[in-house]
Ligand binder design. Structure first.
Ligand code: KG4
Ligand code: ZN
Length: 343
């Protein structure tokens, strides 16, 4: 089985070839970070146009790089949602056109399911069931994952996602877009503790999150007086620390409640090295094994899309098959917990 995966849900154009027997054969990525930087965030219309510009050259390069031929494809997978409607449509129409021309199925993939399953691309892969902490730019969720498509929502954010908390507080500190990596870099030069920021809902006793209060607290500090370089770095370190503290506390509480000692961390914020090292230490003390995707597959990429589709096809349970051109759809809003389990 050879699957081409196409990711265009937001500001990264990603393509990959996944082979059922040989694993990931290759992948290509074009980041739009520089394109959106001057606007301080993703401009949807520019994102769509840039996907159009890069998707086909990137795909051609992938076939050249791997030596594969179009005729060998078993399926073409694409991100069906959630994401930006126009951006999703670029990947969906390309995938469906290609699949139709080749006479193979086009398989719609749920972007968050792909993030969730991405640690299974690494070795050792976590066995089912596991608890997953899904931390992307738009979502912060704790899930119980019993198998492919078998997801139970344990808790989620009531307002901002963890990635949004990074991005919005980074903006308050005058850092560029994307904020998460920039804030993490600045935090590396500072120390937490000079400022005291809240750890919202850390003792709420449930598995939900809230990050909007953190943003307000940072705004108060920033408005109070001008910060020199050292103070900005210390504030960044405290922000990173506060977000990590909450994520770790809730993830370990979810592990304890569910009685499962395997934890998966997926999504862009999972690339944060402070979160990783602190979580590893705390989890080790409790005998919990933590699994992450490779760093390059934490943020959006085509590999996780090809891989999730291959898993679905392997279980004969693709979420959506699109047999004819014009019949495809995209789902900008699409809850992960509504997915059907693989049979
Ligand atoms: O999963 P992702 O690439 O896209 C979505 O599906 O949303 O996640 C993007 C989010 C952004 O909010 C970005 O700031 C954050 O992940 N992020 C990070 C880091 N790398 C990406 N946050 C903290 N530290 C990082 N190193
Ligand atoms: Zn994502």
């Amino acid at each position: 089985m050879l699957v081409l995966g196409i990711e265009t849900s937001c500001d990264e154009t990603g393509v990959a070839l996944y082979d059922g027997g040989r694993g990931l054969l290759g992948h290509g990525l074009h980041s739009q970070a520089r394109l959106h930087a001057e606007y301080g965030g993703v401009v949807p219309e520019l994102a769509s146009r840039d996907h159009i510009r890069h998707l086909l050259p990137l795909t051609r390069g992938l076939f050249e790089q791997t030596g594969c031929r179009l005729g060998e494809l078993t399926a073409v997978a694409f991100t069906e949602g959630p994401g930006l409607a126009g951006a999703l449509l670029v990947g969906a129409s390309t995938a469906n056109g290609l699949a139709y021309a080749l006479g193979v199925p086009a398989v719609g993939v749920h972007h968050l399911e792909a993030h969730l399953l991405s640690p299974l691309l690494s070795t050792p892969a976590p066995a089912f069931p596991f608890v997953a902490l899904l931390v992307s730019g738009g979502h912060t969720q704790l899930m119980r994952v019993a198998g492919v498509g078998d997801y139970e929502l344990l808790g989620e954010t009531l307002d901002d996602a963890a990635g949004e908390a990074f991005d919005k507080t980074a903006k308050l500190l005058g850092l560029g877009y994307p904020g998460g990596p920039a804030l993490a870099r600045l935090a590396g030069r500072g120390k937490p503790g000079r400022y005291t920021l809240p750890r919202p809902m850390i003792t709420s006793g449930d598995l939900d999150f809230s990050f909007s209060g953190l943003k307000t607290a940072v705004l108060t500090v920033v408005k109070a007086r001008a910060l020199d370089a050292a103070a900005r770095a210390d504030l960044a370190a405290e922000i990173e620390s506060a977000i990590a503290d909450v994520l770790i506390a809730k993830a370990l509480a979810a592990v304890e409640r569910s009685g499962i000692d395997r934890l998966v961390v997926a999504g862009g914020v999972g690339a944060n090295l402070t979160l990783r090292s602190r979580l590893d230490t705390r989890a080790r003390q409790r005998g919990v094994a933590v699994f992450y995707p490779e760093l390059e597959f934490c943020t959006d990429n085509g590999a996780m899309i090809a891989f999730a589709a291959a898993l679905r096809l392997e279980h004969a349970s693709p979420i959506t098959h699109h047999p004819s051109p014009g019949s495809f759809t995209v789902r900008p809003r699409w809850a992960l917990a509504t997915l059907a389990a693989a049979s």
